[in-house]
Ligand binder design. Structure first.
Ligand code: NOJ
Ligand code: NOJ
Length: 538
């Protein structure tokens, strides 16, 4: 916080100091009511510098060109790591359809098949197939599908088929069990795989397949749904493979798998299963609420953790597991968590200090790591005890913000700012403009979820804020661009000090995450276009 003050113009700083509820861990509502009310009010009155738009309708041509180039290169990067023919893995005994995490074989050795990385990556290929009907992409997905059964049936240190074996996080690339010591089980894998396989069912239907012809897929989906429905309340290791416990990311993807599972099992006339998944999905939905930490003002990744709980996994949970009613990317709780995470990361890595605020005082994007306490340097031998920003975590912030932009652009309720999201929104709002609605009463200030400021849809202010957030999101992809190389390569991490790539090279998941963010950006652009056509003056 002290560092942040030094970087901010004095006036903004006064505002940041009093308004940021997470910074001081304000505990009682008396403090909240005393602090919030006058400060937002005087902030609105006193500030004179207008946060002008970085947007004037014209796009940054270099950036747009990079987006399309990087999409293509990311896709190639993914294919290069899939067996048996991918350019990085050919001739190395990689089973057809196996997704290798990275070609790196030492410092670190990532030449393995992680169920999580594989499912997330295949999901991107399924989306591509759904959109284009491309036959060679389909062939790769089919190879993955062919391999699912043998992965599920391979006995491993987590257990056997039907006896916990599906919780195994990682396999040898030739399909054998990995028998070394590891953080196991990890219970997100089956859920992610079910989500991917169910999307494949939908994609095939979209291209004309009858549900009856897809029973072979349901046979693979069902064991993953059964596992998910039976073990969601049991502790396991988190997606970063370090902490044993109950995790937000894991529960989010479990919820989504069960939600989709209810529908798909009913489509396959398995009504008993549909009812069971429905009940379990409701259980997970309730359970997910326990990750909201009212005192801290953000979601925590792991229950009862000794860590802060802030984590890029919160955003990954919303990206891969969010649904309209349960922690969608645009929900206040997710946005408040994003804000708290970015605020931490902004100060955490020296490389970020270069770009803390741009010339217009609009917060600049920064590199994002996994979580504040991370010390994993990616297996390199230099500075091996310090965590770094990650490509996939930085892309996750962009992705989430584009999700918010799409939502705001498609909604006709205007901009509603609550105590919870004030830290996030206020820097995007020009300070001379009167809100259309405000409520700084003690009762509003007492509750985190109370709306304190509102701007009408179609008002200059609302439209400007949407556009400001869109540019803020672009900033995170520009960070990705800055630290990747000219061939579009991305490792796992980039150095906290120098920004140079480090950790596993050509990480499959890095490529997927950037591809996913760029696709979400496209949706945000479409939504903004629609909105501009509707509110003609913009
Ligand atoms: C390898 C894991 O994959 C990574 O997530 C973890 O941080 C390190 N081991 C250190 O435990
Ligand atoms: C380490 C990451 O923490 C984990 O999430 C990932 O599955 C593996 N690396 C493989 O990329």
């Amino acid at each position: 916080m002290r560092l942040l003050s030094a970087l901010l113009p004095a006036a903004t700083c006064a505002f940041a100091l009093v308004i940021e509820p997470t910074a001081g861990h304000i505990r009682d509502s008396v403090a909240l009511s005393n602090i919030h009310r006058p400060s937002v009010f005087s902030w609105l009155r006193k500030q004179s510098s207008i946060l002008t738009a970085t947007e004037d309708g014209s796009e940054d041509a270099d950036f747009v060109a990079w987006l399309s180039l990087q999409s293509a290169l990311s896709f190639e990067g993914i294919l290069a790591n899939i067996g048996p023919h991918g350019a990085n893995v050919a001739g190395q005994n990689v089973k057809p359809g196996v997704v290798v995490a990275s070609p790196s074989r030492e410092h670190p050795n990532y030449f393995y098949y992680w169920v999580r990385d594989g499912a997330i990556t295949m999901r991107a290929l399924v989306d591509e197939y759904e959109m284009t009907g491309n036959a060679s992409v389909k062939a790769i997905i089919d190879a993955y599908v062919d391999n699912v059964r043998s992965t599920q049936w391979t006995s491993n240190p987590s257990g056997q088929f039907g006896r916990g074996g599906l919780g195994e996080p990682k396999f040898e690339v030739d399909g054998r069990a990995f028998v070394g010591t590891w953080g196991r089980p990890q219970r997100d894998g089956p859920a992610l795989r079910a989500i991917t396989l169910i999307s494949y069912v939908r994609a095939l239907q979209h291209h004309g397949a009858s549900i009856d012809s897809l029973n072979y897929l349901y046979d693979l989906i069902k064991p993953d749904l059964e596992y998910t429905s039976k073990f969601w309340a049991s502790p396991g290791f988190d997606l970063w493979e370090e902490q044993e416990g109950l995790h937000f990311f894991t529960a989010m993807v479990q919820y989504k798998a069960l939600l989709l599972g209810e529908q798909v099992s009913s489509d396959f006339s398995d009504q008993g299963a549909a009812r069971w998944y429905h009940i379990q999905a409701n259980g997970v939905k309730q359970f997910l609420l326990s990750f909201w930490d009212e005192e801290r003002g953000y979601i925590v990744e792991t229950l009862a953790t000794a860590r802060s709980g802030l984590d890029a996994a919160l955003l990954l949970g919303a990206i891969h597991g969010g649904s309209e009613t349960v922690f969608p990317m645009h929900s206040d709780m997710v946005i408040a968590s994003l804000q708290a995470l970015v605020a931490d990361m902004r100060l955490r890595y020296p490389v970020n200090l270069q770009d803390s605020y741009d010339s217009n005082d609009v917060p600049a994007a920064v590199g994002i790591g996994r979580y504040p306490e991370d010390v994993y340097s990616g297996g390199d031998l230099i500075n091996s005890e310090l965590g770094n920003p990650w490509f996939l975590c930085t892309a996750a912030v962009a992705h989430t913000l584009y999700g918010l932009v799409e939502y705001l652009a498609l909604s006709n309720t205007g901009l509603m700012i609550t105590n919870l999201t004030a830290d996030f929104y206020l820097p995007f709002i020009s300070r001379t403009i009167e809100p259309d609605y405000y409520d700084f009463s003690a009762s509003a200030a007492w509750s985190r979820s109370a709306t304190i400021l509102g701007f009408k849809p179609g008002s200059r202010e609302t439209e400007q804020v949407i556009s400001n957030i869109f540019h803020y999101a672009d900033g995170f992809l520009k960070i990705v661009r800055k630290h990747s190389d000219a061939e579009g390569n991305m490792s796992e991490q980039f150095d906290r000090q120098t920004g140079f790539m480090r950790g596993a090279s050509q990480l499959t998941w890095s490529f997927e995450s950037v591809l996913g963010a760029i696709k979400m950006r496209q949706r945000a652009v479409e939504a903004i276009k629609k909105r501009r056509a509707y509110y003609k003056r913009f």
